[in-house]
Design a protein around this ligand. Structure first.
Ligand code: GAR
Length: 205
């Protein structure tokens, strides 16, 4: 029997992408198990959703910095993910940049979802950046994480229309709904081994 593909999910927020992934696992469309859920925010909704599903879920204090983990925290994240024998680290609304140990320990095995069609609008509040810029099509991107910000090889993208009546909230909601479909599909392809890298290009078998 082949070994179960083990996911470690990291997030800082309400955890709607976590829920979409957990539901796909439960439905059998994502052939993996969620081995560990970690957050840098003690009261993150993501941790509550994980505990409701009786999944191992842990808060790890991020340390002194605002936008990244300090060294001690990053060691703690790596140790927890390694102890859980995680195959893939899935960032689901994790709002800190990964710089050091974690990137090295899981090189090529970390993915992220971002609420824009990258390389447009990296960084924060991308749906608002898109609306302010006046684009007619927005969307979301799943990509491998490298040392840059929102710039690793792109695994999948889903476009959504921008309506004349949109507010930042309504556009964000439409992007979020697209994320909940795209992320489980991309993680499932990784779990099945259906994806390989050719330079910056991600090829789906
Ligand atoms: C998602 O929209 C995700 O794309 C975004 O945070 C939200 C988390 O929502 N991530 C980033 O902006 C990372 N740069 P969720 O907690 O409901 O899954």
């Amino acid at each position: 029997m082949s070994k179960t593909f083990r996911l470690g999910i990291l997030g800082s927020g309400q955890g709607s992408n976590f829920v979409a992934l957990a539901e796909a696992v439960a439905a059998g469309t994502l052939p993996a198990e969620i081995s560990l859920v970690l957050s840098d925010v003690e009261n993150a909704g993501l941790l509550t959703h994980a505990r409701e599903r009786h999944l191992p879920a842990q808060f790890i204090a991020p340390g002194y910095f605002r936008t990244k983990l300090d060294e001690t925290a990053e060691h703690a994240f790596v140790a927890a993910l390694q102890a859980a024998q995680v195959d893939l680290v899935v960032l689901a609304g994790f709002m800190r940049v990964l710089k050091g140990d974690l990137l090295r320990a899981f090189a090529g095995r970390i993915v992220n979802i971002h609420p824009s069609l990258l390389p447009s609008f990296p960084g924060l509040h991308s749906w608002k950046q898109a609306l302010d810029h006046g684009v007619k099509v927005a969307g979301c991107t799943v990509h491998f994480v490298d040392a840059g910000v929102d710039c690793g090889p792109i695994i999948g993208q889903q476009a959504v229309p921008v309506l004349d009546t949109d507010t930042p909230e309504s556009l964000h909601q439409r992007i979020h709904a697209a994320e909940h479909v795209l992320y489980p599909q991309c993680v499932a392809a990784l779990a099945r081994g259906d994806i390989f890298l050719a330079g910056r290009r991600v090829i789906w078998k």
